[in-house]
Design a protein around this ligand. Structure first.
Ligand SMILES: [Zn+2]
Ligand SMILES: [Zn+2]
Length: 195
């Protein structure tokens, strides 16, 4: 009996290779060597059969965890390019830079701009981005409100449902007092709704 036949394992047995300090799946003999395949696939390697032993449950587990981790890492899709935050000049600049790079098919410049944009947004728009999962929608249970107040005597119309009601109040107030300057406001109600 040669050493290589002495240490035969069934194909698929998970074995520990002390030389590479790696756990692998036994594939079969390859000349004087044993052919092992990394868990989770990849390039096979030749191990010295006499050094192999079945992997312990702990070794198998940590190898499986390593495979799962690398899978989830590789499987993470490239995050979408961040959208510029409205009314932010820095966002607009960086987004323009990125769009320009994309138009030129300059992938590395595009990535650079994306990285800068993300960094800027994490720094300046963190709170805002936290709200990105919500959409601002008008509150249909409450319509807009119109209100006016006299800037001379502070008398106010109170909240009204229609602009015409406010104008009517102004006419009456001017007629009664001679005051002619008003501060008008419109208010609407909004709801932050989860998308
Ligand atoms: Zn910004
Ligand atoms: Zn007045």
């Amino acid at each position: 009996m040669t050493e290589s036949t002495e240490n035969q394992f069934e194909t698929g047995t998970v074995v520990y290779d002390p030389v590479s300090d790696t756990v692998g799946e036994y594939q079969g003999p390859a000349g004087p060597y044993a052919l092992l395949r990394p868990l989770g696939g990849g390039r096979e390697w030749e191990a010295r059969p006499e050094s192999l032993r079945p992997a312990t449950p702990g070794e198998r587990l940590s190898a499986a965890v390593r495979v799962a981790n690398s899978r989830s890492f590789q499987g993470t899709p490239e995050p979408l390019s961040p959208a510029p935050v409205r009314d932010c000049a820095a966002c607009a600049d960086l987004a323009a830079l990125r769009d320009d790079a994309r138009a030129r098919h300059d992938g590395s410049a595009e990535t650079d701009a994306d990285v800068l944009l993300r960094r800027h947004q994490r720094r300046y728009h963190a709170a805002l981005l936290g709200l990105a999962q919500y959409a601002l929608v008008p509150d249909v249970s409450a319509g807009a409100e119109y209100e006016t107040s006299c800037t001379e005597c502070r008398a106010g119309s109170g909240a009204r449902q229609r602009p015409a009601d406010v104008e009517e109040w102004q006419h009456a107030h001017t007629r009664d007092t001679g005051h002619a300057r008003y501060r008008r406001t419109v208010a609407d109600y909004a709801v932050l709704a989860a998308r």
